[in-house]
Ligand binder design. Sequence first.
Ligand SMILES: Nc1ncnc2c1ncn2[C@@H]1O[C@H](COP(=O)(O)OP(=O)(O)O)[C@@H](O)[C@H]1O
Ligand SMILES: O=C(O)[C@@H](O)C(=O)COP(=O)(O)O
Length: 443
Amino acid sequence: MAIVLGAIADDFTGATDLANNLVRAGMRCVQAIGVPTAETDIGDVDAVVVALKTRSCPSGEAVKESLAALEWLQARGARQIFFKYCSTFDSTDAGNIGPVADALLERLRATQTERLGGTQTVMVPAFPANGRTVYQGHLFVGDRLLNESGMEHHPLNPMTDADLVRFLGRQTPHAVGLAARPVLARGVDVTRAHLRSLAEQGVRHVICDTLDEDDLAVLAEALVDYPLVTGGSGLGQALPEQYRRRGWLDEVSEPGRLSPAAGGALVLSGSCSRATLGQVDHFLEHHPGFALDPLALAEDDSHLTEAMAFAREQLADGAPVLVYASAEPERVREAQAALGVERAGEQVEQAMGQLARTLVDEGVGRLVVAGGETSGAVVSALGIRQLRIGGQIDPGVPWTQAPWPGREAPLSLALKSGNFGAEDFFTRAFTVLEELTAEEGSA
Ligand SMILES: Nc1ncnc2c1ncn2[C@@H]1O[C@H](COP(=O)(O)OP(=O)(O)O)[C@@H](O)[C@H]1O
Ligand SMILES: O=C(O)[C@@H](O)C(=O)COP(=O)(O)O
């Protein structure tokens, strides 16, 4: 059966975030890891989110992989394509949001110019449930502008400009415009007319203001016929209702119940975001943890061996254990100065991948990973191809499951976006998993 929505996410946590919102809004959705093959059986679903690791790679690579995902989704009959990136617009002057959006639109344009939005796309990064809003084209995280939110210290893509019209303008040769709040406040017809008039003026990308769920509902209705929409998972919350109104979806599907979870509980954290740093501190007040040092990792294998031994010992005691590289900006800068930005990140990501692979093989069955790039490294090292989405721990972060060869219980995985989750996330996640997987009537 044809799918309604085909999404291409530029990182793995972002993909689960979008899949979570689609499931919560009543769509049957799976998350594919990487571009599936022609033979992949995705089952009977309404939406597929293809998770790529293209946020920080060279833009040519990001474009190539995104187009491959588009081709696969089009072959499944997707009516609308959604390019999912971070609600904090994570990217650099070199890309990858502009280049990927341009390439997807070009490819879709070849067949769909006549359709509403056939020559234009929109940028809707907001996720009001998690405090990400956009006003007059400026992105806010809570009550701070993006460039004062802590994101200015991001290890890979420091966000130093909150003006998205200006910022995106550096990533694309095409005109960037704005659909500002006063336009949205006048309703769907005025918003559509505004978008059309921008298209007539040659504006290809429209940054959309969004303060709340009502704005998302207006945008979803105005954009439901666009071949390509782009943004954060907030828009994903609002689109399914529009698909139902169009008759593309029959019903509101209930999320399926996750299978009982088993095995050791491990947290791997490579995010250096403010929220994650608080979550690491909170976890360490209650449970043991091991701090990975990228400089020591770069020297020889002994640091990783030590981390592995530490984790094994704690897991044998039945305690949840944390291994983290998460560090304050000053320490990240030191590691980057010594190793280079790319190599510092790679050291950590490779170590996280090896820890996950070995410890899951040895019996870990419940795994929380913090950070998008980190999750990409871990899930790739585990060789997982598809994730089933379960209930959420905090907005944007669901528990997911994948079958694990040779074991009755699947591997339970929570991929946490760097900046998401309450302070007690790393401890509470395991309690939530128990609740989500308890037999009916025993929870
Ligand atoms: N102590 C550290 N020094 C340098 N780089 C680090 C350190 N800890 C983590 N990193 C790297 O920083 C990046 C964090 O990105 P990511 O995992 O996507 O987190 P977030 O979701 O917060 O963006 C990863 O590439 C990770 O390997
Ligand atoms: O939209 C969001 O904020 C998230 O879904 C997301 O993409 C997070 O990325 P990381 O913070 O890099 O995990």
